[in-house]
Design a binder for this molecule. Structure first.
Ligand SMILES: Cc1cc2nc3c(=O)[nH]c(=O)nc-3n(C[C@H](O)[C@H](O)[C@H](O)COP(=O)(O)O)c2cc1C
Ligand code: SF4
Length: 641
C-alpha cells in the first residue's frame, strides 16, 4: 500500500526510454567482491540480485575499470575487453526479472591509482605521500577516450541498459575539470570549456561506438568541497555542456580526495547535506538530475522531489544496510527498516582491499551463501549479553526456530551500544540498538534485563546451549599511579557519570576511538583536554573519513594531541611521559586523567560458570573488535547453534 507521504517517490519515471518503477536509484558502490582478474562472480551477482529484489527503481553497478592500466585498491570489475562480457552478462540476466534499468559505472581512478602508475592531466600528486602522476600526452588521452568507448560497448554487449561515466570524486574526468589537478596549457587545460573537453570526448566516443540511442549518464561532483577546487557554478556549466553532448541524466555527488566526507557523509553530517548542489545543477539542465547524500529519510527524499530539487533520489548505504528499504517505505513499514548508521565501515573495508561487510547487516558480502536453515532439533538457547553480537545471535537463533532467551545485567538492552553512542557524533548508533531490541522482542525472544548472571541463574534457566556475548572490560594499564583518586576510566565519562568543572585539565591516555570520543565528550563539557598516545598517530580503529574529520574537529576545538608519548607515571597533579622516539622525558600538568587504552575480553569468567550445557563465547567477549565483527560474530553463532 502506497503511503501518501511518499507518493512522488513511488511515481514511475522515464529516462531516455528506460522505465523506472519508482524514483529510488541505487548509486554505484564498490563491493570488493569481484574476482582479482576483474571478472564477475557469484558473490557479486548475489549481492546485486538481493538489492534489485528489494524494490529499487534503477540500479547502477559499481565503478568498473575502463583500461588495463587502471587499478583501484582491490578486486574491481573490468570492462576493457570481450573476455569480461560473459560474467557481466550473467549479472545482467540475474537482475532482469526485477524489470528495472541496470547500468554500470565506467571508471578510471587517474591520479588516485594506488596500485599502478597514477596518471593525471598534470604531474600534481594527490598528497606529499603519493607519487607524482604521469602527465598524459594528447595521444594517451585519445587512447583513454577509446577505452571508455570500448568499455561502454562491452557493457552494452553484456546487456546493460545504460552506462554512467564516473566523472565525480576527482577520478580522471573530474581531475581534468579540477583546477587543483589540471594545470595544462593545451586544449585540455585553461578555461572550463577546455577542462571539460576530456569528459565531452568520452561522451561523444561512447555514443559513436554504442549508438546515439544508448543511454549515457554522468556522475559529477557538484562541488569539490576543498579549497581551490571547482564550485557548483563550474559543475553546472559542465553539466550543460554534457547535456548538449547527449548525456541523458546527471547524478550529483560531491567531494574529492581531500573532502571524502562530502562524498560519503558520515553520521555527523546532516541528512540531505548535498541537495542544494543537485538543485543548482537542475536549474542549468533539462535532463533528469539525481540527488544523493544521506537521503534515507523517506519524508526528506519526498520533499526533495516535491521541491523540484531533483528528479530521482540515490540511496546508497541504506540499501547496503537494508536492501528492502524501497519496498518497506512503499508499504509504510518504516519501523522495519534496518537502519544504516552512516558509520562507513563498509567503505573502509572496500578502501582497504577487503570485501564489503556492514555494521548492521551480516548478510552483506555473503549474500550468495547466506541461508537461515531451520534448527534440527530446536534447542533452548540462552544468550548472555545484549550488545550487537548478543542481539544478532538471538535474532538468528530465534529465526531458526530455537527457544531463545537473552540476559542483560544493565536495565536496558544494548550493552556497549549505549556507550558507543555517547560521543556527540555517534548518536545514530542508538537507532540500531532500538531496531535490534524491537526485532528480537517481536520474534518472541524471552528478555531479561537487570540480571547479574551466576551459576544459579544458568542452572535455573536450564539451557541446552549458552552463547556468551558479555563483551569486554576496559583494560587497566600497569602504570604507576593508575589507582590514584584523579584517575577515571573513560567509560565512566562516556556513561555520563562524571561531572566536569569548566576549564578542568584532563589527560586522556590512549588515542584510539574511545580516547578520541572521550576527548570529544570532555571538550563539549567544558574541559581542557590533551590526548596522550604512544603511537605516532591517534584515531586508530576509526574509519578514514570519520577519523580525518574528527581529528580536524578535535584540533579546532582546542584538544592537544601528544603522540609518541608513553605514560610512565601518574601523579596527583601531573602525567609523566617518555618520548618513544628520542626517550626524552616530559610532564603534563593535569587535574584528572581518563584511561582509554583498550579492552580485555570478559567471556572466559562467565564460560567457567557453565557446567553441562554447550558454551560458545563470541564477539568482544572472545576477541574485542569493532562493530562489524561483533554483528557478524553474533550472526555466525546464531547460524551455527
Ligand atoms: C562502500 C561504498 C562504495 C562506494 N563506491 C562508489 C563507486 O564505486 N562509485 C561512486 O560513484 N560512488 C561510490 N560510493 C558513493 C555512493 O555512491 C554514494 O554517493 C554515497 O554513499 C552517498 O550516498 P548515501 O549517503 O546514500 O550512502 C561508494 C559508497 C560506499 C559506501
Ligand atoms: S557499514 Fe555502516 S555505513 Fe555502511 S551500510 Fe552498514 S551501517 Fe551503513
Amino acid at each position: 500500500m502506497k503511503t501518501t507521504e511518499t507518493e512522488l517517490l513511488f511515481t514511475p519515471f522515464e529516462i531516455a526510454g528506460l522505465r523506472l518503477p519508482n524514483r529510488i536509484v541505487m548509486p554505484a558502490m564498490g563491493t570488493g567482491l569481484p574476482e582479482h582478474d576483474g571478472t564477475c562472480n557469484d558473490a557479486t551477482i548475489a549481492y546485486y540480485r538481493r538489492r534489485a529484489a528489494g524494490g529499487v527503481g534503477m540500479l547502477t553497478i559499481e565503478a568498473s575499470l575502463v583500461s588495463p592500466d587502471a587499478y583501484g585498491v582491490g578486486p574491481e570489475l573490468r570492462l576493457h575487453g570481450e573476455e569480461y562480457i560473459p560474467g557481466l552478462r550473467r549479472l545482467v540476466e540475474a537482475l532482469r526479472p526485477y524489470e528495472i534499468p541496470i547500468g554500470i559505472q565506467l571508471w578510471h581512478p587517474g591520479r588516485q591509482t594506488l596500485l599502478g602508475t597514477p596518471i593525471a592531466p598534470s604531474p600534481v600528486p594527490l598528497s606529499s605521500r603519493t607519487p607524482i602522476p604521469h602527465e598524459l600526452t594528447r595521444d594517451e588521452i585519445h587512447t583513454l577516450v577509446d577505452y571508455y568507448a570500448l568499455s561502454a560497448w562491452v557493457s552494452q554487449e553484456a546487456g546493460f541498459d545504460f552506462v554512467e561515466i564516473h566523472g565525480a570524486h576527482c577520478y580522471l574526468p573530474c581531475e581534468f575539470i579540477s583546477p587543483l589537478s589540471n594545470l595544462r596549457t593545451d586544449e585540455y587545460g585553461g578555461p572550463l570549456e577546455n577542462r571539460a573537453r576530456f569528459p565531452l570526448e568520452i561522451v561523444d566516443a561512447v555514443r559513436e561506438r554504442c549508438g546515439a540511442d544508448f543511454p549515457v549518464m554522468y556522475r559529477i561532483s557538484g562541488a569539490e568541497g576543498a579549497e581551490g577546487g571547482f564550485e557548483v557554478e563550474d559543475a553546472a556549466a559542465v553539466c550543460a555542456l554534457l547535456e548538449e553532448a547527449g548525456v541523458c541524466a546527471i547524478s550529483v555527488s560531491a567531494g574529492n580526495w581531500y573532502a571524502l566526507h562530502q562524498t560519503i557523509g558520515p553520521m555527523f553530517l546532516p541528512r540531505g547535506f548535498l541537495v542544494s548542489l543537485a538543485a543548482t545543477i537542475k536549474r542549468s539542465v533539462s535532463v533528469p538530475v539525481i540527488a544523493v547524500g544521506r537521503l534515507d529519510e523517506p519524508s526528506l527524499a519526498e520533499q526533495v522531489l516535491a521541491d523540484g530539487d531533483a528528479d530521482l533520489i540515490a540511496i546508497g548505504r541504506a540499501l547496503i544496510a537494508d536492501p528492502d528499504f524501497p519496498r518497506k517505505v512503499q508499504e509504510g513499514r518504516l519501523a522495519e527498516i534496518r537502519p544504516c548508521i552512516s558509520c562507513n565501515a563498509c567503505v573502509d573495508l572496500v578502501a582497504n582491499a577487503k570485501q564489503a561487510r556492514c555494521a548492521v547487516n551480516p548478510e552483506v558480502g555473503r549474500d550468495d551463501t547466506w541461508l537461515i536453515e531451520p534448527a534440527a532439533p530446536p534447542r533452548r538457547v540462552m544468550v548472555v549479553g545484549s550488545g550487537p553480537a548478543g542481539m544478532e545471535a538471538a535474532r538468528i537463533a530465534r529465526l531458526r526456530g530455537h527457544d531463545v532467551s537473552i540476559w542483560e545485567r544493565d536495565a536496558e538492552l544494548g550493552g556497549k551500544l549505549d556507550v558507543a553512542s555517547r560521543a556527540p557524533s555517534k548518536a545514530l548508533v542508538l537507532s540500531f540498538r532500538d531496531y535490534q531490541a524491537r526485532i528480537i522482542r517481536e520474534l518472541g525472544v524471552e528478555i531479561h534485563t537487570g540480571v547479574e548472571i551466576d551459576a544459579d541463574t544458568i542452572s535455573k534457566a536450564a539451557p541446552d546451549v549458552v552463547l556468551v556475548a558479555t563483551g569486554a572490560d576496559p583494560l587497566v594499564p600497569p602504570i604507576p599511579g593508575i589507582g590514584g583518586p584523579t584517575v577515571i576510566d573513560a567509560q565512566e565519562i562516556l556513561h555520563d557519570r562524571v561531572t566536569v568543572a569548566p576549564g578542568e585539565r584532563f589527560a586522556v591516555i590512549g588515542g584510539s576511538a574511545t580516547g578520541c570520543e572521550t576527548a570529544e565528550w570532555l571538550i563539549a563539557a567544558g574541559a581542557e583536554v590533551t590526548i596522550v598516545e604512544m603511537l605516532p598517530t591517534v584515531g586508530q580503529g576509526i574509519e578514514l573519513i570519520t577519523r580525518r574529520h574528527l581529528l580536524a574537529d578535535l584540533r579546532k576545538q582546542g584538544v592537544t594531541i601528544l603522540t609518541k608519548a608513553k605514560v610512565t607515571r601518574i601523579e596527583p597533579d601531573a602525567v609523566l611521559y617518555e618520548r618513544t622516539d628520542d626517550g626524552e622525558q616530559g610532564s603534563l600538568a593535569v587535574d584528572r586523567v581518563a584511561t582509554a587504552v583498550g579492552w580485555t575480553p570478559r567471556g572466559a569468567s562467565l564460560a567457567d560458570l557453565v557446567v553441562g550445557p554447550e558454551v560458545v563465547v563470541l564477539g568482544d567477549a572472545a576477541h574485542p573488535g569493532d562493530f562489524v565483527s561483533a554483528v557478524n560474530a553474533g550472526a555466525d553463532a546464531g547460524l551455527r547453534v
